[in-house]
Structure formats: structure tokens, C-alpha cells
Write a protein that binds this ligand. Structure first.
Ligand code: ZN
Length: 169
């Protein structure tokens, strides 16, 4: 009887197999050591992530991967020279139901709060400070539930180029 239930559960897992499930399967087959991740993970408990923004209005990463349950220690470095009033960058992580364009448009009007729209705080999981050239900021937060999230810079107009995926596996 137990065996039957197990088979049923396995069948269920396979029947709702999406990309996430397939990835999980691959991970089980492959050895843990060979897992490659752009997240510069140093140990299982903490994901150390560094991402740069520059004067060309670009992040140097379009994808960041961490694991569920990890603490994320993320550092944003502005490697350019321009002032934050003209080329400011932050790293803002949105909830899965957030509309990036809507957040971006609201942010453009939120100069007084460093372009973090206070009326959309429920769409923002976490964010760094707004940085100018040569500055950096480190934030720590718990990885949200597994899934794919969007990150962006909320400086006016920047999200068109400065965005990417934050994937919790
Ligand atoms: Zn920016």
C-alpha cells in the first residue's frame, strides 16, 4: 500500500513537470560539486553575490541564482564615475506579481525617496541604496520562495536596460 502511494506521488510530481522540476532532477543526477552558479556561492547557508552597475547604464549580470533557504548577501558596486543625480543605480528586487514597467514609472516620480516609490513598497522585496560612481552598498536578506523574480534599477528610465532575473532554486 505504501508503495502505491509513493508511485502516485511520483506520478503527480512528473505530471506537473515544468522547467523547475526538470532542473531539480538534473541536480540530483549530477554531483553537487559540479553545479555551476553565477551567484558566487561560497557555502550552503550564504549566497555571496556581487553585481556591478556602470556609466553605460548596465548591470554586469542579467541573471542571479541562489538556493531556497539561503541568506543572500548582495553587494552592488557602481564602477562608473558619474554622480548619482545623473547616473544613479540601485538594485531592487520585485515580487513575482509586480509589473516592472509600473514600478519603473512610479519610481521616476519618487525622487525624494531615492526613486523607491513608497506607494509600491508591497511590490519591492528589498533594495540597495541609490549609488553614484565609486560607491557600493551591501544588503542581506533571506532568499524568497523558489521561483523567478525580476531585479531592476529604479533610477528614471534605467530599467529598460538595467534589469535581470533573480532565480531561487
Ligand atoms: Zn541605474
Amino acid at each position: 500500500m505504501k508503495k502505491l502511494i509513493l508511485i502516485f506521488v511520483a506520478a503527480l510530481a512528473i505530471s506537473c513537470g515544468d522547467n523547475k522540476k526538470e532542473e531539480k532532477k538534473e541536480l540530483k543526477i549530477g554531483t553537487q560539486v559540479e553545479e555551476t552558479s553565477p551567484a558566487e556561492t561560497t557555502d550552503d547557508a550564504v549566497a555571496n553575490v556581487t553585481i556591478e552597475g556602470n556609466d553605460q547604464m548596465k548591470f554586469n549580470k542579467s541573471e542571479i541564482r541562489v538556493k531556497a533557504g539561503q541568506k543572500v548577501k548582495l553587494t552592488l558596486k557602481h564602477v562608473g564615475k558619474m554622480d548619482k543625480t545623473v547616473m544613479g543605480h540601485n538594485w531592487t528586487l520585485l515580487t513575482q506579481d509586480a509589473d516592472m514597467a509600473a514600478v519603473g514609472q512610479a519610481a521616476a516620480l519618487a525622487k525624494d525617496s531615492e526613486y523607491i516609490p513608497t506607494d509600491m513598497k508591497d511590490k519591492i522585496i528589498v533594495h540597495t541604496k541609490m549609488l553614484g560612481g565609486g560607491e557600493s552598498d551591501t544588503i542581506e536578506f533571506d532568499a524568497p520562495a523558489p521561483g523567478t523574480y525580476t531585479f531592476m534599477c529604479t533610477f528614471p528610465g534605467h530599467y529598460a536596460l538595467m534589469q535581470g532575473q533573480f532565480i531561487v532554486e
